[in-house]
Design a binder for this molecule. Structure first.
Ligand SMILES: Cc1cc2nc3c(=O)[nH]c(=O)nc-3n(C[C@H](O)[C@H](O)[C@H](O)COP(=O)(O)OP(=O)(O)OC[C@H]3O[C@@H](n4cnc5c(N)ncnc54)[C@H](O)[C@@H]3O)c2cc1C
Length: 282
């Protein structure tokens, strides 16, 4: 059992939990993820490690409540426990001193982009960051991103905070103005990463994305997370989660993400209807 030491509501549907998991925290690196179960009968869901503290033995996870399991997780408070935390999984980000890099975080993707931006900064890069969300309420960690960025642009789709734009707009302007970043990292919803990749492709700007495919076991055995990258089948859990955004078959990924929509909807309705608040995986 893994104790939740701290919980914070970052936005109405975005929650942060700090979980005691010393063995995972000891090995965690930016770009990796864990697979958690809220309770013993619950489904396993992947969540990126947003931060870690090796001394305290803790992991910070940030999740958006979208379906049954993330909503169940959202009911947990400090002092509650998770049934399992498996990880760290996936390859860490390749951090080097590249020169100038751009980090783009969209929505809940701001959480995983933060430790990557921080390590890139520590490695001596000039870090230009762009973070965006649908509206002001969904934005978080602007302060943290500012501390690890040489420049930070904040956008909202509806203009309720920062610049009214999608994250791709300032990115395109920077590239059009002659910025030549050695690498661009983009993390957020698949549709956002697709459009970041389409924006950077004409500029031949190397673009790394962190894929959020449907995942079951997280260890390379079930194949549920398969994606097509450069015409080859790759497993996000063991070969990713980061890939070259220009090589990803985005339409296939978006299509596969929708495979279980009906079942997910039914599971959520059943859980809400059941309404007992019990922890029994119902
Ligand atoms: C490697 C990896 C890292 C991830 N890191 C994070 C993270 O740090 N924070 C976070 O909030 N989420 C993250 N996700 C996505 C997260 O795992 C899913 O949101 C979660 O599994 C949804 O479970 P659920 O039962 O609540 O919702 P479900 O009932 O499974 O889904 C509800 C609805 O949410 C949407 N959805 C579900 N899964 C995804 C997905 N993978 N990508 C896009 N939309 C989806 C679908 O539209 C679906 O109908 C990550 C996914 C992967 C593969």
């Amino acid at each position: 059992m893994y104790e939740i030491l701290y919980r914070e509501d970052l936005a109405p549907v975005t929650k942060l939990i700090e979980v005691k998991a010393p063995l995972v925290a000891r090995k965690a690196r930016a770009g990796q993820f864990v697979v958690i179960r809220v309770n013993e009968k619950g489904e396993r869901i992947p969540l990126t490690i947003a931060d870690f503290d090796r001394e305290k033995g803790t992991l910070t996870l940030i999740f958006q409540e979208v379906g049954k399991t993330t909503m169940m997780l959202g009911t947990k408070r400090a002092g509650d426990y998770l049934a399992s935390v498996v990880g760290p999984l996936g390859h860490p980000s390749e951090i080097e001193n590249y020169g100038t890099v751009v980090c783009v975080g969209g929505g809940v993707g701001i959480a995983p982009i933060f430790p990557i931006a921080r390590e890139l900064k520590h490695a001596g890069n000039k870090v230009i960051s762009i973070i965006g969300a649908r509206n002001k309420d969904l934005l978080f960690w602007e302060d943290r991103m500012r501390t690890v960025s040489d420049e930070l642009v904040v956008t909202t789709d509806d203009g309720s905070y920062g610049r009214k734009a999608l994250v791709t707009e300032p990115l395109k302007e920077m590239l059009s103005a002659g910025l030549k970043p050695a690498r661009i990292w983009a993390i957020g919803p698949a549709i956002m990463m697709k459009f970041v990749s389409l924006t950077t492709q004409p500029f031949a700007a190397p673009t790394i994305v962190s894929l959020n495919s449907i995942m079951v076991d997280g260890t390379g055995m079930c194949g549920a997370c398969r994606v097509s990258v450069g015409g080859q089948t790759r497993f996000v859990c063991v070969e990713g989660p980061e890939f070259d955004g220009h090589q990803v078959d985005w339409n296939l990924l978006l299509e596969r993400q929708r495979i279980y929509v009906d079942e997910e909807k039914r599971a959520l309705e059943h859980w809400k209807d059941h309404g007992c608040g019990c922890d029994d995986g119902c």
